[in-house]
Design a protein around this ligand. Structure first.
Ligand SMILES: Cc1cc2nc3c(=O)[nH]c(=O)nc-3n(C[C@H](O)[C@H](O)[C@H](O)COP(=O)(O)OP(=O)(O)OC[C@H]3O[C@@H](n4cnc5c(N)ncnc54)[C@H](O)[C@@H]3O)c2cc1C
Length: 452
């Protein structure tokens, strides 16, 4: 081993981590003085913009994941769950399990890109009973759930029970919620022909949004267009609705009223019977960040203009786990892959400058535009400063996201999936997987077994 070799450790294997690793590989990939390391719970990058299309069965599951070993070839990868980051001792500790040793990895420079997880705002019943749309597992589970509900409803004679099978409630009118609702409706309408007793009017997709509009951050006219199109396709969009509980059979909703906070609460409470609630209403940084010694606000790591973590030079935080405030609105930017990748590029650049003793640059975000698809061949886009809606926006979405897929073989597979979907029906086999993995029993060790 080369003496004084510097180790750059990247935490996470998502958009920010992978983009940063690629930039650092370009600079240090053949440098014997620098070692690049990545640690991630999953050994792949998940291409989330296409997750709803996996849930609807349009794209095959493995076509939207990219093994780290194939896209970051000059980075040493550790698959493992991070337990602790010690920025004083410059150590990252991984959890051990019954059959896996716990190890600690030393770093000289650190990139924290641990993303976020679903936020249930403390509602334990919702967390227990709802489906989510954040991981590949979520998309696969949801698809199987939808097919199962159709199977159950087809032969059910109790009208109330039948209704609860055919009501699908999506909570959250952001990117993930709206794209999921659109894809869900497409799937239901496509496969309905296999279920002769189920009529189009029996199928209900309801979106509940706490704010007064959907797709916040989008141009208002485009968001309104999306709302109208979704309504035309039979999706019921209910605004200013806040979910208060879900027991697996019924979702309780509070309608926000306009009365001032100090007057008597006039909020109306009602409910919808459903067996399937899909929760996309918020994200929060992962516990590893919340428990860490880094200074956080609302769970996110506070960073300076150079994306470095306060008090810890050489430690950068990027993507969904970092607090990044829009200088115009003074509010945090919404968590997007676009921002995560832009920050990754700048963090890599500043880290290179730090190592080479040159000047660091401030991060300034320039949006490249926004895109969303809202169901069959319809989308909305703000692209090159122009607002576009309908088929053209949908076409732009497909082109842009296809071009963003990191490998040629997966690009081809996704393209073929889309083509096949034009000519063939979707598969209605329900794969009987369990809903959610129960929390793993992690091995607590007094001491770590190894330090690398
Ligand atoms: C359904 C859906 C659709 C979306 N559509 C779009 C879109 O169209 N456009 C857009 O710009 N954005 C979109 N987003 C948002 C986008 O996915 C995120 O903003 C982006 O993934 C953030 O990148 P990141 O690297 O910060 O986090 P992530 O991509 O979430 O990566 C975090 C990584 O950290 C790992 N990790 C977390 N905790 C640990 C731990 N303790 N130990 C080890 N590893 C850990 C995770 O496994 C993951 O690899 C969408 C999100 C969803 C859910």
């Amino acid at each position: 081993m080369v003496k004084n070799k510097k180790k750059i450790v990247i935490l996470g294997s998502g958009f920010a981590a992978v983009e940063c690793a690629k930039k650092l590989e370009n600079e240090f990939g053949n440098d014997s003085e620098i070692e690049l390391v990545m640690i991630g719970e999953d050994n792949f990058l998940l291409f989330t913009p296409m997750l709803p299309q996996v849930a609807s069965g349009m794209i095959e599951t493995r076509h939207i994941v990219f093994p780290i070993r194939t896209i970051c070839k000059k980075t040493k990868f550790y698959e493992g769950r991070i337990k602790n980051v010690d920025p004083y001792g410059k150590l990252v500790t991984l959890w051990g399990t019954g059959d896996k040793r716990s190890i600690s990895i030393h770093y000289d420079f650190l990139i924290v890109a641990l993303g976020s997880e679903t936020n249930f705002f403390g509602m334990a019943d919702v967390e227990k009973n709802a489906y989510t749309m954040k991981t590949l597992n979520d998309a696969v589970m949801l698809r199987n759930r939808i097919i199962d509900m159709l199977e159950q409803a087809e032969n059910e004679t109790n009208p109330i029970l039948r209704k609860s099978f055919l009501n699908f409630v999506v909570v959250g009118g952001g990117f993930a919620g709206i794209e999921t609702a659109g894809e869900l409706m497409d799937l239901l309408l496509d496969v309905r022909k296999y279920y002769p007793s189920i009529q189009k009017e029996d199928l209900k997709v309801i979106v509940l949004e706490a704010m007064g509009e959907i797709l916040p951050g989008f141009n208002k006219k485009l968001a309104e267009f999306a709302k109208q199109k979704l309504k035309e396709r039979g999706i019921d969009i209910q605004l200013k609705k806040v979910v208060t509980s879900f027991d697996g059979n019924e979702v309780t909703i509070k309608t926000l009223d306009e009365t001032p906070k100090d007057s008597i609460d006039q909020s109306e409470i009602n409910s919808i019977i459903t067996k399937t609630l899909i929760w996309t209403a918020g994200t929060t940084p992962v516990n590893t960040i919340k428990r860490s010694m880094f200074k956080t606000e609302k769970g996110k790591i506070i960073i300076n203009d150079f994306l470095e973590v306060e008090k810890f030079p050489g430690v950068f935080a990027i993507g969904d786990c970092a607090l990044f405030v829009d200088p115009i609105t003074k509010r945090p930017f919404p968590p997007t892959a676009q921002i995560a990748e832009a920050q990754a590029k700048m963090a890599a650049k500043n880290l290179i400058s730090l190592i080479k003793n040159s000047k660091k640059e401030k991060f300034v975000y320039h949006s490249k535009g926004q895109l969303a698809i809202i169901g069959k061949r319809t989308g909305i886009a703000t692209f090159l400063g122009v607002n576009i809606s309908g088929f053209l926006a949908w076409l732009i979405w497909r082109n842009v996201y296809l071009s963003k897929i990191p490998t040629f073989d997966k690009k081809t597979r996704v393209f073929l999936d889309w083509m096949i979907d034009l000519f063939f029906d979707r598969d209605v086999s329900r794969l009987n997987f369990i809903k959610r993995e129960t929390e793993k029993e992690y091995k607590e060790l007094d001491e770590v077994d190894d330090v690398w």
